[in-house]
Write a protein that binds this ligand. Structure first.
Ligand code: UDP
Length: 365
């Protein structure tokens, strides 16, 4: 049952303020999957008549979506830090500037949607009048952040949203989290390809926790060309991979916008996902499925909850190159139409919009 809101012209129409990640401008790739997640959610909710405004670091661009641009220094990404790391803020932190803006304009909105995996928004929650839906897009990384999230999970039940069960299980307060999924794709943006080339794809931020080297090693063993797309977040790591695998059949295509990305991806026989960490979700998996591309992934974290083993791809023993190679050999067994179908139904933007809309109504009510 939906609630009628006193400040909205249309009953059930929400005014939603989205707070972006403070680790990079939207469109830079530094924010990883959260960038696509914000874009798809904003578009979906707008199409349902909700009013959306995004607060993000200066320089952000997200097509035709309105963005309140906030200056300031970017935050360090959590995945590069130790469990025992302290909370660190640069001088003139964009994170604090974004939340100061949110505090001043909060009464123009029904709800605030936080996508920052950082201590401050959780710490600030009791100081806001408007409800905050916290979208936690990583598993446990830093104890001090876990503690801040846990306090909110206890004091504001139902406000912590995580992508998957395995991600929730990385937190000791996992049972207090709502599993809301990680994203949804608009199938019309991705073109289905029934007949692939003899090539594989790997997508994502090029950073050690993603273990690109495993995909490169597997591609070398199979002799299939591996198309690599994504932001080089750790240059030294990328250079080391190139030194370690000088003869691997790899091709780096750069960090591509979604249209170009799907053009290069759709013709591949399969997408390799080789994360060393517990990936909270894995947007790239559902983007591949939308093109009809099956996914070979380690049986770990989000991909293990997205991929139907033997139907939309294969799940293999974590960190096993042998396992990857064996699964790549079996890719022709997959019916690519089943992959596309999963993206059109379970992982569609509109299916995810239903989940998120209900969550927001519940918190506003
Ligand atoms: N991506 C992109 N261009 C590229 C490669 C990747 O826009 O050339 C995007 C991709 O669409 C996805 C994100 O990078 O949304 C990676 O997100 P994912 O959830 O897989 O991993 P994360 O970076 O959040 O750990």
């Amino acid at each position: 049952m939906f609630v009628a809101l006193n400040i909205s012209a249309t009953p059930n129409r929400l005014k939603i303020l989205i707070l972006s990640t403070p680790v990079g401008a939207l469109g830079s790739g530094l924010g990883g999957g959260v960038e696509l997640t914000i874009a798809n959610l904003a578009r979906e909710l707008q199409s349902r008549g909700h009013i959306i405004e995004i607060v993000a670091p200066a320089g952000s661009q997200l097509g035709d979506l309105a963005i309140i641009q906030i200056p300031g220094s970017l935050q360090l990404t959590a995945q590069t830090q130790e469990l025992s790391a302290s909370i660190v803020m640069p001088s003139d932190p964009v994170l604090a500037n974004m939340w100061a803006t949110a505090r001043t304009i909060q009464h123009d909105y029904d709800i605030i949607f936080n996508t920052a995996f950082d201590w401050l928004p959780f710490y600030l929650t009791p100081f806001f009048d408007r409800p905050i839906a916290h979208f936690v897009s990583m598993g446990s990384q830093i104890a001090a952040i876990d503690l801040a999230i846990e306090r909110v999970a206890i004091d504001y039940p139902g406000t912590i949203g995580v992508c998957t069960r395995t991600q929730a299980e990385t937190f000791k307060f996992g049972d207090a989290c709502c599993i809301v999924g990680g994203s949804g794709v608009d199938p019309s943006v991705y073109e289905y390809c029934a007949a692939p080339e003899a090539a594989l794809a790997w997508l994502g931020r090029i950073s050690p926790e993603k273990a690109l080297e495993d995909a490169v090693a597997a591609a070398q063993r199979t002799g299939l060309n591996l198309k690599i797309m994504g932001k080089i977040q750790d240059v030294a790591y990328w250079e080391q991979i190139n030194r370690d695998y000088p003869d691997a059949p790899i091709e780096y295509l750069g960090f591509l916008p979604t249209y170009e990305l799907q053009q290069a991806l759709r013709t591949c026989r399969g997408l390799l996902m080789t994360p060393r960490w517990v990936e909270a979700f894995g947007n790239v998996a559902i983007e591949a499925l939308a093109c009809g591309v099956p996914v070979v992934a380690y049986r770990r974290g989000g991909p293990a909850e997205i991929i139907a083993d033997g139907k939309t791809g294969f799940l293999v023993e974590p960190d096993s190159i042998e396992g990857l190679v064996a699964a790549i050999d079996r890719l022709p067994e997959i019916d690519r139409a089943d992959c596309r179908h999963a993206a059109e139904t379970i992982f569609s933007q509109s299916a995810w919009g239903n989940v998120m809309e209900s969550w927001f109504y519940r918190l506003v009510g």
